[in-house]
Design a protein around this ligand. Structure first.
Ligand code: GAL
Length: 422
């Protein structure tokens, strides 16, 4: 009897505590676990800023960080967590990936938030289109990155009296002078996504029409185009202007080489700008930005977005708060300044934009003729095709004995083999 009393009492106490504690926590604070890949200093600052603002709305941002440049490993982690029924409430999903997850019915539809915030009027039209599938909104956009950016160490170029190259021919003319001065002309890692990022800018330099038919339309005939061969050979021959040996390092290591004047230039998305700023360097003073050689008329872009996973009814209000916050004009201005990207808004605050941001936003907002969706950063085609192309380009880059015709044939096979899901 004594034993039973004790047992009942314990159960009753537990029940009281459960109700009280749960009620208390719910009233005090909601939290969202966010799966993302932002690990560098500027990326951490940008995340910290969103987390702080979200906290002001009584929602706690809980980090689920999968450190991997350009999110290579994050997709795998998200898929396995979904299968294990352990999905986070929010995930950084970009571009085509949003559409693919929405199609599976796994994302929370954000139509009500978008309607209340008049997103259709607020957003640049291309951004509004990337977050939609079948007429519904499935992501909150944060910023637009320009992939065909080139950053240069301004003091170094001034000291050597070198003009910033606008074409690869001009680059080839100044590169030997840098090398003779003991400076690496082009900071570059051999990590597959980083090689492929440089490559896609080189394809763009051969023509936006070619780029679009290769990666967006996946037109099989385009893979035999001699201009694709020229871009592949240019990529391989650019190895002589990179450090030796070319290391498979993090993109932040290349930024450091550039910042410390060991390398003169770096072609990469403008998250590099965020990182240079985080190191205390100033735009137009210590470093400058330009378009990647031969691509000045185009904006090769990707859009960073957050999607809400649909399996959490209790988190819905907090998820909607985060989505609404992403589009607030002041968050857009502050976040993008830290991150190196530009606001997704049709009419953003321009006062805080530096010269690089202003140029990027102006070109992007000029319309679709200038906009080219990035293959490597998931805006142009399905992940499977993207991954296969990145691997093939990487192989060609590393192995000088692969004939260019072989690489073109294999890339063409990849483009043909997989069914287009757009
Ligand atoms: C891109 C992403 C950027 C940045 C970069 C490096 O795909 O859009 O925000 O994180 O990868 O990891």
């Amino acid at each position: 009897m004594k034993h039973i009393d004790h047992h009942i009492l314990r159960k009753a106490l537990a029940a009281v505590c459960l109700a009280a504690c749960a009620g208390g926590v719910a009233a005090r604070e909601q939290s969202l676990q966010v799966l993302h890949w932002w690990k560098s200093a500027s990326e951490r600052q940008a995340v910290g800023m969103i987390a702080r603002r979200l906290g002001e709305h009584d929602v706690r941002w809980r980090d689920a960080l999968v450190p991997s440049g350009s999110g290579v490993g994050a997709g795998i982690v998200l898929r396995s967590r979904m299968l294990a029924k352990d999905a986070p409430e929010v995930a950084q999903l970009n571009g085509i990936v949003v559409r693919d997850w929405a199609r599976l019915g796994l994302l929370l539809e954000l139509d009500a938030v978008a309607a209340a915030g008049k997103w259709d009027k607020l957003l640049l039209p291309t951004v509004a289109a990337t977050i939609k599938h079948d007429g519904h909104v499935y992501a909150a956009p944060l910023g637009i990155h320009r992939i065909n950016s080139m950053f240069y160490n301004r003091q170094l170029m001034l000291r050597l009296g070198l003009a910033v190259p606008a074409t690869w021919a001009e680059f080839e003319r100044i590169a030997p002078r840098l090398q003779r001065a003991g400076i690496v002309p082009l900071a570059q890692s051999s990590e597959p996504w980083q090689v492929a990022t440089l490559f896609e800018t080189m394809v763009l330099a051969e023509g936006a029409d070619l780029y679009r038919s290769l990666f967006h339309r996946r037109d099989a005939a385009a893979y035999a185009d001699p201009r694709l061969g020229a871009a592949l050979l240019r990529l391989r021959s650019a190895k002589r202007w990179m450090g030796s040996p070319i290391r498979e390092s993090n993109w932040v290591d290349s930024v450091r080489e550039l910042a410390e004047g060991r390398a003169a230039m770096m072609v990469m998305g403008d998250w590099v700008k965020g990182e240079l700023l985080a190191r205390g360097l100033a735009v137009d003073e210590d470093f400058g930005c330009a378009a990647a050689p031969g691509t000045g008329r185009y904006h090769l872009y990707n859009v960073d977005t957050l999607s809400m996973l649909g399996a959490h009814a209790e988190a819905r209000a907090a998820q909607e708060k985060l989505a609404a916050l992403a589009l607030s004009p002041s968050l857009q201005a502050d976040y993008n300044m830290i991150k190196g990207s530009v606001p997704v808004l049709a009419n953003p605050a321009r006062a805080k934009m530096d010269a690089c941001a202003r140029a990027s936003w102006q070109l992007f907002s000029s319309g679709t003729a200038a906009q080219v969706p990035s293959l490597v950063h998931r805006m142009a085609t399905d992940e499977i095709v993207r991954d296969a192309i990145v691997a093939e380009v990487h192989r060609f880059f590393l192995n000088d004995s692969v004939p260019v015709e072989d690489a073109q044939r294999r890339l063409g096979t990849i483009a043909r083999t997989y069914i287009k899901t757009q």
